[in-house]
Design a binder for this molecule. Structure first.
Ligand code: GLU
Length: 469
């Protein structure tokens, strides 16, 4: 049964979604799903920006990646300009809005006077009742805001919020270039789309009274408002789309799991924070969805990382494989023909924080690996040559391929080169076998290579880097 609860997520395509945007999307999605309602996706793209398409496509992709699927088609504000303009005309002819011909100089002047007096800059309503209608002079359209009285709303989290109309001014609803403004378009859209609950970040609280006033003037219904407390970074600064650390592209690129990010966000600022949901569908059973602390939350990427480690080891292997494949396709990584991939993944899984860690480990087993030239210089010497030649010979002679026999091989090698520090021997082995100076248990890694491939790797390093040409 569909109820009449309708929520929406309405990002502006000005960059990649950040963690705060994802949180608004998650709560809007959850509230709709909990109530068998609808979740609408609307792209607020009235502000022209040549990257709109790139960013809005990535928003859709990110929401799909997170599993936050929307109902209906995607709505784009840029498709609705005519609708906004027709309502602005209606408002102009019904005395709900007016044309303002004030010059930029005049507006700057008013602004400076307010600032000097220590007041919030406000338009002085000069054109409000003049009905000016000049030809060929640029103008903006202003909303005729009430001059007195209060606007109040009951936010589910911030509770009763009251604004006085004299805190607002006759704000612009259409710019001099003809473009309708953000507050206006959002209000009309929310009404047209029958949005019952507007769930968004706290940074929009100051927009809410303006939007309510527009709705009231048009005699439209007023939805419920829920503002989610602001998220700050570790330095207590507002998170912005420009900070790569907190944007979705970073999380996708590094191989986080959507379930870890969503669990982290659902617990952020919550009074009782012990929920661990195995997937997004279980999240709808959370009680008291809006039981959140009003104060700003500080984001901690390390906690997301630890949660990710937890989920890597608590979701099904099938899902791990899914995200693994997704990651390598997305990052255009080629893993050529590693026959025992499952065995390799299972070994590294428990030590990994991110899908990227698993993939990086698997790359060791690729036919070709990257050796850092500086490290080559550091490790290319006669000792390395002798150690690798000895290991090659001993592995070549092994009849049984198991951990025990490989272990014996290494012990023999340590004994043979007893003049060289064990640590250094291991560093050499790690480096030439894996391309890295540090890696987990080298005996297990040799085992995972299988005999044929480890011999190929050793031979390659000996010939390419260690034998004097
Ligand atoms: N488009 C606005 C933004 O990205 C959000 C609009 C809203 O939620 O009301 O900040």
């Amino acid at each position: 049964m569909i109820t009449n609860i309708i929520t929406r997520f309405a990002p502006s395509p000005t960059g990649y979604l950040h963690i705060g945007n994802i949180r608004s999307a998650l709560y809007s999605w959850l509230y709709a799903r909990k109530n068998n309602g609808k979740f609408i996706l609307r792209i607020d793209d009235t502000e022209y920006n040549k990257l709109n398409k790139k960013y809005s496509d990535y928003i859709l992709y990110s929401l799909e990646w997170l599993g936050l699927y929307w109902d209906d088609r995607v709505y784009y504000q840029s498709d609705r300009i005519e609708k906004y303009l027709s309502i602005i005309n209606y408002m102009l002819s019904n005395n709900l809005a007016y044309k303002c011909f004030c010059s930029i100089d005049r507006l700057n002047n008013i602004r400076n006077i307010c600032i000097k007096k220590g007041l919030k800059p406000k338009y002085d309503n000069f054109c409000r009742n003049k009905n000016f209608n000049y030809k060929n002079i640029p103008y903006v359209v202003r909303f005729k805001n009430s001059l007195s009285g209060n606007i109040s709303f009951n936010d589910f989290i911030f509770k009763k919020i009251i604004f006085n109309n004299n805190q607002l001014d006759d704000f612009i609803i259409q710019r001099s270039n003809g473009a309708p403004t953000y507050n206006f378009c959002v209000t009309i859209d929310d009404y047209d789309m029958s949005i019952s609950h507007i769930i968004r970040g706290e940074d929009h609280i100051n927009n809410t009274p303006k939007q309510i006033n527009i709705l009231k003037s048009l005699k439209y219904n007023i939805p419920k408002y829920i503002h989610l407390p602001i998220i700050l970074d570790e330095n207590k600064k507002k998170i912005s789309k420009k900070n790569f650390l907190f944007n979705i592209k970073n999380y996708i690129y590094n191989g986080y799991l959507p379930v870890s990010i969503l669990n982290y966000l659902l617990n952020l600022g919550r009074f009782y924070m012990n929920n661990k949901f195995n997937n997004i569908y279980e999240m709808k059973y959370i009680n008291n969805l809006f039981d959140l602390n009003k104060s700003p939350c500080i984001i901690n990427n390390k906690k997301i990382l630890f949660l990710n480690k937890y989920y890597l080891n608590n979701i099904s292997y099938k899902k791990i494989k899914f995200y693994f494949k997704y990651f390598i396709i997305n990052n255009k990584i080629y893993l050529n023909n590693i026959k025992n991939l499952d065995e390799i993944i299972s070994f590294i899984l428990i030590r990994s924080y991110l899908i990227k860690d698993i993939v990086d480990f698997c790359l060791i087993f690729n036919n070709k690996i990257y050796f850092n030239p500086l490290l080559i210089l550091k490790y290319s010497n006669n000792n390395s040559l002798l150690i690798l030649l000895y290991l090659y010979k001993n592995i070549f002679n092994l009849l049984i391929w198991d951990i025990k026999s490989i272990n014996l091989c290494i012990k023999k090698l340590i004994k043979k080169f007893k003049k060289i520090k064990i640590d250094y021997i291991f560093k050499i082995l790690h480096f030439f076998i894996t391309g890295k100076e540090f890696s987990p248990n080298i005996i297990k890694i040799i085992f995972l290579f299988k005999k044929k491939n480890i011999l190929i790797r050793l031979k390659y390093c000996i010939k390419k880097y260690l034998l004097k040409k």
